[in-house]
Design a protein around this ligand. Structure first.
Ligand SMILES: [Zn+2]
Length: 332
């Protein structure tokens, strides 16, 4: 952020607590946690503990540092935070955020964060052991979500973590992030609130278009078939029935009995289009399509954005992309 962008040419946060001075304890604690984890697992290689100059280098940057567990939350935090924040995601585009094992480099990227943002609902609990014992502020974006249960498999009855796929719940995430940023940086409150509400308005507009598009899909075609059962919240919002190969990404994926059961359903109901997600193999879904006369009609994005140059560099792009493909393919 250059000073010339700031109102009146003055730093609007001149009186704000600098994140790096009191937060030195957080930096040390996170580095300690990283080293401890590396030592205990023994698989992450040598860690350079005596790396103090980077703390001094970061003193020059007074943005709020936000660490998120995955790319969708990072995009939300960037939109809400604007140029008052620097956001880093532990996982990078394409990663499977379920059961992730952070590397030392992943954790170094987010060390010293003023605010840690995670999804909760059991998806990114792998983060917790790295922030336990530190005084980094931690916000869980799914707080207040009425969770839908996983409906089958080893995780039956546990909360389905993919609440951001609902535009309604996504709005909740955005406002939760705005409140958390305001607590860390009260002088930015008005900007956080305004950016969050503008963002939610865009999301509402997208949801309205999606509902109109689904209304144009014949009633008996309103079935969404995917690899992971990650669309429960979106399906609920839009009145779609959801079928899938496996319930959660950390489950056994594409087992013969899962494939066989889905083949029967797709064949019996003559479902014209099935889908798979960007972060998993579509081999099993190709088999479903081959044996039923259906077709794998496109790649959907759920757990990760694409790279910036890819088709879904933002959360709104992700929803727009998925909804466009789903409604088009079920109608055609
Ligand atoms: Zn998932």
């Amino acid at each position: 952020m250059t000073k010339s962008h700031l109102a009146g040419g003055r730093n609007p946060r001149a009186g704000r607590r600098r994140p790096w001075s009191p937060a030195a304890a957080v930096v040390v604690a996170l580095v300690t946690a990283i080293v401890a984890a590396a030592c205990t697992t023994g698989t992450w290689g040598a860690v350079d503990v005596d790396d103090r100059p980077r703390f001094a280098a970061r003193e020059a940057d007074d943005r709020v540092v936000v660490a998120t567990t995955f790319t969708i939350l990072a995009d939300m935090a960037r939109r809400v935070g604007g140029d008052r924040v620097r956001v880093e995601s532990v996982t990078t585009p394409g990663a499977d955020v379920h059961q992730y094992e952070p590397s030392v480099d992943d954790l170094k990227r987010v060390e010293g964060a003023d605010l840690v943002v995670s999804n909760g609902l059991g998806m990114d609990d792998w983060l917790l052991r790295f922030i336990d014992g530190t005084d980094a502020r931690h916000v869980i974006t799914s707080e207040g979500v009425d969770p839908l249960p996983v409906r089958s498999g080893n995780y039956t009855g546990r909360p389905n973590p993919h609440a951001w796929m609902s535009p309604d719940e996504g709005a909740r995430y955005i406002r939760t992030i705005a409140r958390a940023l305001t607590e860390v940086d009260p002088e930015g409150a008005e900007g956080y609130r305004a950016r969050a509400e503008g963002y939610v308005a865009e999301l509402d507009e997208l949801a309205s278009r999606a509902r109109a598009a689904v209304a144009a899909v014949p009633q008996d075609r309103r079935v969404l078939v995917t690899c992971e059962g990650a669309f429960s919240y979106l399906a609920r919002d839009l009145g779609l029935e959801e079928l899938y190969l496996w319930p959660v990404n950390s489950e056994s994926q594409g087992l013969p009995r899962q494939v066989t059961a889905l083949i029967d359903e797709v064949r019996d109901r003559e479902i014209p289009a099935v889908f798979c997600e960007s972060t998993v193999s579509d081999a099993a879904m190709e088999q479903v399509a081959d044996e039923t006369g259906s077709r794998v009609a496109g790649v959907l994005y759920v757990d990760s954005l694409s790279a910036p140059s890819g088709p879904v560099p933002t959360y709104l792009d992700l929803l727009d992309h998925d909804l466009e493909i789903i409604t088009r393919e079920l109608t055609s």
